[in-house]
Design a protein around this ligand. Sequence first.
Ligand code: 5GP
Length: 139
Amino acid sequence: MSYDSNNIFAKILRGEIPCIKLYEDAHTLAFMDIMPQAEGHALVIPKEPAVTLFELSDAAAQACLATVRKIGNAQKKGLGAEGVVLMQLNGEGAGQTVPHFHIHVIPGSIADLRKPHATHMADPAHLKTVADKIVAALA
Ligand code: 5GP
């Protein structure tokens, strides 16, 4: 699948639209999902342009997983999450809505994921409060 550099996550990476950032390093960015399926729902993306896992380099995939571990541990510590669900959709056929590779990092249990995918916009002020707890736990 060809990469569209005007997708929303590419714009976030370029700083053209804002996000509630949790963590950033040379290869990855982690930020809050604006339509969370559970409290603390975060996204981890590579800086490398790729739509799905199948186009992503091994190095970028490894960097993403390292960041997923950091965020998941911070969700457990900062939000008291007993578990962390990872979700990762590849292609429109799988229901992927943003064509830049990303891993959903969702605190809680699969049994709690009752909200539909990417539909209900959260209050930004509330998202920031939750994000602050995750960021504090990253330290
Ligand atoms: P996908 O369906 O591609 O696996 O997931 C895309 C995710 O990106 C959805 O959970 C959706 O809520 C989230 N999302 C869509 N647009 C934005 C945005 O502009 N900012 C942020 N932070 N998340 C977004």
